[in-house]
Ligand binder design. Sequence first.
Ligand code: 26V
Length: 841
Amino acid sequence: MTSALDTPRPSSHSADADDDTTLMAPTPQRRQNDSATFASEILEKLTYAIGKNPAAARRHDWLEATTLAVRDRIIDHWLESNQKTTESGEKRVCYLSMEFLIGRLLRDAISNLGLTQSVTEALAVYDVELDMIELLEPDAALGNGGLGRLAACFMESMASTGVPAFGYGIRYVHGFFRQEVVDGEQVELPENWLMHGNPWEFERRENSYEIGFGGKVAAIDEPGKPPRQIWRPGERVLAVAYDTPIVGWRGNHVNTLRLWSAQSLDPILLDAFNSGDHIGALREANKAEAITRVLYPADSHQAGQELRLRQEYFFSSASLQDIIRRHLKAYGTLHNLSDKVAIQLNDTHPAVSVAELMRLLIDVHGFAWDEAWTITQATFSYTNHTLLPEALETWPIHLFERLLPRQMQIIYAINAQTIREATQKGLDGGKITAISLIDENNGRRVRMGQLAFVGSHAINGVSALHTELMKETVFHSLHELYPSRIQNKTNGVTPRRWLMQANPGLTALVTDAIGPAFLDNVEKLADLDALATDAAFREKFMAVKLENKQRLAKVIEERLAISVDPGAMFDIQVKRIHEYKRQFLNIIEAIALYDQIRSHPERNWQPRVKIFGGKAAPSYAQAKEIIHLINDVARVVNADPSVQNLLKVVFIPNYNVSLAEIIMPAADLSEQISTAGLEASGTGNMKFALNGALTIGTLDGANVEMLEHLGEENIYIFGLTAAEVAARRREAHSGRSIIENSRLLREALDSIVKGVFSPDGQERYASLVSNLYNNDWWMIAADFEAYWQTQRKLDDLWQDTPSWGEKAVRNTARMSWFSSDRSIREYAKDIWRAGPGAPAS
Ligand code: 26V
């Protein structure tokens, strides 16, 4: 180890995607971007990389050839970005996330590099349409929902705002499952995004690390030296890096997404094989490779299985070893690690990193505890994404100890130190219990939230309300002990993917109306506000909306053979299916509406299409029942001629990033109706509103801040507040009296129970409904009346086309604050002290 007095200095000019090659070496000519050059390069890739001529090429070959030609341009920018960061010694952000829900990359890359026209024209030479081939790219669905998609938006925004960053995660062979609906029910099918290979990734075998599990810790007591602990793992697995470039807007900066793949050190046990045990010879390799084989398809229940903990440690340790290697290569010492690297823990999934960095610093690099702890805290920060108690990660101590014995020792030591500090500050027994890293009440478990908190200098929530609730609930006592650590960083979404690429019609209209400045500075969208009262502009705005609705209607027709009227209000709820998100409330309203339209056909009903999409965790029975109910209701309503033009219900299967890109621009009404206090932020809410949908929502997550930015006349808020929900839960609220007093609600629930929508399964929804009577934990009965009334106000507004249009325009105009560029700039300034404008370190 180098001494503390060593002066850190950057190594000489060296960079590739990973800084390893010397850039004194000659570099090739930068590629030209005109369409003729592109056309010849695409042909060259088709011929020499794929081995086909245009006559034999299938659409997929064209996709691959185009991707490779675009990729070459990215590499030019990528090398430059890395060289610049390495030479300047700028601080890097390492974003550790179990999930990156990035979706397709080709359109993103082409659009951010400004190549759309050239590539389109180049492909036209061969009679190939870019719009057609880009649909063949599989979605990289390496995430479950909001947390994973946020990580993807943040990667794009870090590149766009020039924050040097590595994303670190897992290269799952099978991403999030494909959902089919069979007889109204969700069926999960394996996803196979790597089936045709992945032209975006670069395998970096040279960046492989050994990851240990199990074994023993030995105390080493050498004469004249302080006693040390050495971990001798019983098992070792190799982590191999795969890099994907992430291109920022206008290609100004390109960052790296580095995903780890697990491989066995011994691909085959030859002795076993030779003695005839052919299966046994592969057992070890299978066990190792299982670590990165599948994404856990749950986001609201602790997985609890050993494989999940292995995944978490595997990618945490690989990432830290990689960070340390790169840092040592540049500076020769780790004393200044926190000046050069900021590590963001995306939820608690990588929280074991706190113990692992301590282990690496102390056991491997010879640091004393106190300095190691100072470096660790200064380097890490942690984002919390949920307050749901059932989603907070804890691990049984016996499992942790067996798999990670040395890290467990370190966690005990961190715990002892934290409790000492708390006692010194006069915190009492109950608070100490809350702070402890060990939960003693449920069979002794390690609390990952507490570990991430104490190991970080900054902890953030993802909306203003969520951050306040964090202080009051899960981290109440830790917040009392360290009152300056929790801060808010409200989420955002990237306007490149969610406006410019998803909604080219609106982008063109806005460019025409206010000029192109908003493309580089999304805050300029505010200039649209002045046009909200301009009838001609509003009409054009709504004409673009109609085209987007026609596009979605076509998808619905093709996939489900349901024909919907693009002139009707598209009322959309797409997100994971969960009780707290209350798709159930939405479908009950649809049932009540169905009843009312039939009972009072003379009333002035407005045509609506209620659209749902989302996946349920495979083991989440109630969520699957809700999907079933939506599909049952859809079948009955859509077949009933008496409501034909007024109500349709649609469940679009297999909601994913690419579908979202079609759905968001096509919405008139966005449903953000979670039980208040439970949705940490939401980001779908932002994508919809940015594309000119009005929101019906509760005062939850980022809806609260959307209300502030949009003005109360441009968003439809209803229902109990978070404080009111908490109060009712304390009073053991039940829905019974509310239901008995609400004819609408009672009749809707009765029709469900009587089997109106499930003639083949009378009892199917009995427990779903009886929960509302007996408990109403999610406040569905409690909020129903307010929800119904607000929906009827929206019906009235729908008839007033100019007023609806005005509000829609104002939504787009006033959503720019919810850009993930803004979120990233806040993280960079307040937490990471990195990126443009950061003080030199
Ligand atoms: C938890 C678990 C538990 C173990 C099994 C696998 C697994 C995977 C994910 C999670 C946490 C999911 C938390 C999450 O996605 N939260 C969402 O984060 C969004 C981004 O901050 C936010 O907008 C949503 O409101 C929040 O629900």
